[in-house]
Design a protein. Structure first.
Length: 737
């Protein structure tokens, strides 16, 4: 038996305190016997060593209590969610079944745990979390709305606890998931407080220096900021009181994550972010007076300060899809500083802070309907509920019929229309993979390429070098992309067959010492009943039409006719095909690049945005046209590609060196001096394996900067060159661009 879970003194005190608070908070929602059964199960699981610490060394019982407190206080869930959270560690480690839980605690608790279990199974397929498709699949697998809410709370709690963990890699992965998956979900549900905490903590763990740089700047400017806010709101308070409004005001500083995003977007320093804080005016008034009071406040403020109409946001007339209501205006305050003012009521403020948890307390919250339908449906149910959030016990999400999501062996998640087959997926990956597809291995079971895909399937495409696309494949695939690629592949196959048949006919004609004429050959085709040359060549290739018949008909037509000589349409077309054939055999890059070890012979191009060369750490990106672009791992576009199109990233690495040269550009900056250009070019000219293609240097006020375009073999030689150039007197900086 595994080692028992031993509580530290601090953990024991925390657990007791949390348990007591939870019991008081949800006592009215508990059923008879709930507490006794739950307490007995937890004691038994601890005593018998059923539950072990996780990969971060955290105590799962304590973690469950912390998460349960979060879902109660921040989200507003009660009995079913709390019981499910408390039992989750035992279910995950196999010490109690969902059927047993259904018998002991009811259908709702079992359904929540089943949803959590299904999502855990998705994670075991190593998905690319950044994929929008994974977020959609996760939503469809959740079944019960509370599953998503619990997962958000669980991730917030985990992010709080792993601050000092030694497992940096796991900490980074957890933070990436928080940023790309859980923060957007919290935003959709209006859980702005939790969303902001997830974003700030993920930034803290992923970009430590940026986080603390902004935090220190905020601390340093806090006193001046507070003084400005006090000076700004003073006159407004007087005007609002004079108008007879009941309200309170507060200043809210932007989150560190929001400031960092604005700095990156505007490409400025901390001091360049002008709207570091917002003033929030919260009005206390009856429901029927809300709009009137908000617009009255709006009129008073815009009379006092000049507003910026471009930054006006009216979510009062048309609330956001997650129920958010507020008026946002930006006005020019004292010292000519722009200040954002948010106007809302007490009801609106609670919904903005607590999202879903606050909806059930109020009536009449509107929705645009642009949010995922099932999220909107939940909100509407909450608005109409008379007994709070427990109305969700009866809710079960209907899966969308029009889309399915499947995993690749690497964990990438692909989206297809319902009814799509293995062959659709093969052509989605690459034309060559599709044309060579013989079937697939779905969840470790071999199937044909006709197999219809189901959501959650893990699919490995099987190929054969002898496989060729066929006309009937057009009836198997569902997607227009696959149909287009099959048609193109069939056309290319016909063109290749046509070239081989042409060459064979030419040999036959030469053997018979017959001079072949293109115009007469076209007449021969028509006499044999063919309107298209492609059909004529295909029938010869398939041995439907005999070459002897073609020769006899050609000689018959030749009798009494003069051979047509000179260039004509048919000759030009033949020369075009020949030119294309020659162009395909032009010398290419002879360095060896392996793209995703399971795929061979795939064409690729080197991306111009980062100009990778031999030896660089690289990855492949499948373009919209199906080709593959090779990027450096430190490409300026890499982060955005991984975030938005993670499912189109493929592994790539250099595996063999040829004689290829690559064009790279070096930016050189330094102090202008006589002979500086000669010194730079001298270093390059001394290396016989380097070729200087161009040099462009500008000088201004004693400083120079310029670009050197150089042909070079690999990154080792490049690093050596950069080191030499940095030794030149006056050179301050040399960088690759």
């Amino acid at each position: 038996m595994s080692e028992k879970l031993n509580f530290t003194i601090n953990e024991r005190e925390q657990a007791y305190e949390l348990y007591t608070e939870l019991k008081e908070q949800i006592a009215s929602n508990l059923e008879v016997g709930d507490e006794a059964k739950l307490k007995a199960h937890l004691v038994k699981s601890i005593q018998e060593g059923m539950v072990q610490r996780d990969s971060f060394g955290l105590n799962p019982i304590l973690t469950a209590l912390q998460t349960a407190k979060l879902v109660v206080e921040e989200i507003g869930l009660r009995r079913d969610a709390v019981v499910a959270v408390m039992l989750r560690p035992s279910v995950e480690q196999g010490f109690i079944t969902i059927e047993e839980i259904k018998t002991e605690y009811g259908e709702a608790v079992a359904r929540i745990l089943h949803g959590l279990e299904r999502i855990q199974e998705l994670y075991q397929k190593n998905p690319v979390i950044e994929s929008e498709n994974f977020r959609n699949l996760l939503l469809s697998f959740a079944e019960d709305m509370r599953v998503i809410l619990i997962m958000i709370a669980d991730r917030v709690n985990l992010m709080r606890q792993i601050r000092d963990t030694a497992n940096e890699q796991a900490k980074l992965e957890v933070s990436q998931e928080a940023a790309y998956l859980y923060a957007p979900l919290a935003h959709k549900l209006g859980l702005y407080k939790l969303k902001s905490e997830l974003e700030d903590l993920s930034l803290k763990y992923m970009e430590h220096d940026a986080y603390y740089h902004i935090k220190e700047k905020l601390n340093a400017t806090k006193q001046a900021r507070d003084a400005y806010i006090k000076n700004f709101i003073g006159p407004i308070e007087e005007k609002l009181k004079a108008a007879g409004l009941t309200f309170h005001m507060k200043g809210r500083t932007k989150s560190i994550h929001s400031i960092w995003q604005k700095m990156k977007k505007q490409k400025c320093e901390f001091e360049g972010v002008y709207d570091l804080f917002a003033i929030r005016i919260i009005i206390d008034c009856p429901l029927e007076m809300e709009k009137q009071s908000c617009w009255q406040t709006f009129a008073i403020i815009t009379d006092m300060y000049t507003s910026n109409p471009k930054r006006m946001r009216d979510w009062l007339s048309v609330p956001k899809s997650n129920g958010y209501e507020s008026l946002h205006i930006t006005v020019l305050g004292p010292q000519n500083k722009w200040v954002e003012v948010q106007i809302r009521t007490e009801r609106m403020d609670e919904i903005a802070e607590r999202g879903v948890a606050a909806h059930w307390r109020y009536k009449g919250v509107k929705a645009e309907g642009s949010l995922d339908e099932w999220l909107t449906g939940i909100r509407q149910m909450l608005e109409n509920a008379t007994e709070g959030l427990e109305v969700m016990d009866q809710f079960k999400m209907e899966l969308q019929d029009e889309e399915v999501y499947v995993f690749t062996p690497k964990g990438d998640l692909l989206k297809f229309p319902k009814g799509a087959t293995v062959l659709d997926m093969a052509y989605h990956i690459h034309s060559k993979v599709g044309s060579a597809c013989t079937g697939a291995r779905i969840n470790n079971k071999v199937v044909t390429f006709r197999q219809v895909l189901q959501s959650g399937d893990q699919v490995e495409i099987l190929t054969s070098s002898t496989q060729k696309p066929k006309q009937e494949w057009l009836n198997i695939v569902k997607t227009s992309r696959a149909k287009a690629k099959i048609k193109l592949a069939l056309k290319e196959t016909q063109q290749k067959e046509a070239i081989l048949v042409k060459e064979m006919l030419e040999r036959k004609f030469k053997n018979r010492k017959i001079e072949q004429d293109e115009s007469l050959m076209m007449r021969t085709m028509k006499k044999l009943g063919y309107k298209e040359a492609s059909d004529f060549y295909r029938d010869i290739a398939n041995e439907v039409l005999d070459t002897a018949t073609v020769l006899d008909k050609y000689l018959e037509l030749q009798q009494g006719e003069k051979s047509i000589t000179g260039d004509n349409m048919a000759r030009s077309a033949e020369e075009f095909i020949l030119e294309e054939h020659l162009s395909n055999n032009m010398p290419q890059n002879d360095d060896v690049l392996v793209i995703d070890k399971n795929l061979k012979g795939i064409d690729y191009q080197l991306a111009h945005c980062c100009n990778p060369i031999y030896g660089d750490n690289v990855f492949g990106f499948v373009t919209a046209g199906g080709g593959i672009k090779i990027h450096r791992c430190d490409c300026p576009n890499a982060a955005e590609m991984r975030r938005r199109f993670g499912y189109r990233i493929v592994k790539a690495k250099w595996s063999g060196k040829g004689s290829s040269q690559y064009s790279i550009t070096l930016r050189v900056i330094g102090i202008d001096d006589l002979g500086i250009v000669n010194n730079l070019t001298s270093i390059i000219s001394k290396d016989e394996k380097l070729v200087l293609r161009s040099i462009n240097i500008d000088s201004n006020d004693g400083l120079f900067q310029g670009n050197l375009v150089i042909m070079i073999n690999d990154n080792t030689r490049l690093e050596s060159l950069i080191k030499k150039l940095r030794t030149v007197k006056g050179v301050k900086q040399v960088m690759r661009i």
